[in-house]
Design a protein. Structure first.
Length: 218
């Protein structure tokens, strides 16, 4: 299945570079380009891309507002934010707005393509050097969570799984740690998505931190 991508960045050269990169990648197509957040929201509704590559700093409606508008209705489109290491405040806001992952603009091109595929598949990009640090800081800050969460109804086994998700483990790693099958680990994670109202793994990690199941030092 082809991953359909919408590029949202106010710099034409950045969009052009991404468009050329994606043009040579099998299984990924650019279906639209936006130079403002408002245009990104409009095009996301019109063409229903799988992934929006979203710059945070754009005139008018910025990337955070656009992310919130795109993800507000719980549709299939996921937002992959373009950020920099020193832009933590904006990334925290993007997490709260519903972003599913983060890219650093100067990262390797192959990693960008890989991140697009990860997010399109319904997972989240949790890079140890970027996202885990940002999430750890995010949960220490005041303010409402991405959406209300409670651990009521979560079983002891699911709490164990949530703890391991919070530590950045994959389903296969969770299965090995708990001595269960990969399919069982995947089923536990799926139930956590439903019970906690989580959009993807990024938000499960946030839930694990908020519930104090894991800590920034873990």
């Amino acid at each position: 299945m082809t991953v359909r991508v919408l590029l949202a960045d106010d710099q034409p050269l950045v969009r052009a570079g991404l468009r050329v990169l994606i043009a040579d990648a099998p299984g990924i197509d650019v279906v639209g380009e936006a130079g403002t957040g408002a245009e990104a929201v409009r095009l996301a509704r019109e063409v229903a891309p799988d992934v929006v590559l979203m710059d945070l700093r754009m005139p008018g409606t910025d990337g955070i507002q656009a992310t919130r508008a795109i993800t507000a209705h719980g549709g299939p489109t996921r937002v992959l934010v373009l950020t920099t290491f020193d832009d933590d405040e904006h990334v925290h806001a993007a997490l709260r707005a519903g972003a599913s992952g983060f890219l650093v603009k100067d990262m390797a091109l192959d990693n960008i393509l890989g991140a697009i595929r990860v997010v399109a598949a319904g997972d989240a990009l949790i890079a140890p050097g970027v996202t885990r640090r940002l999430i750890a800081e995010f949960v220490r800050r005041p303010g409402p969570p991405v959406r209300p969460r409670a651990l009521a109804g979560v079983t002891d086994r699911e709490r164990e799984v949530l703890t391991l998700v919070g530590r950045g483990m994959s389903n296969a790693e969770i299965a090995a740690e708990l001595v269960i099958s990969a399919a069982t680990a995947k089923a536990h994670v799926a139930r956590l998505f439903t019970k906690l109202g989580a959009r993807d793994r990024v938000h499960l990690v946030i839930a694990a931190y908020e519930a104090r199941l894991v800590h920034p030092s873990d």
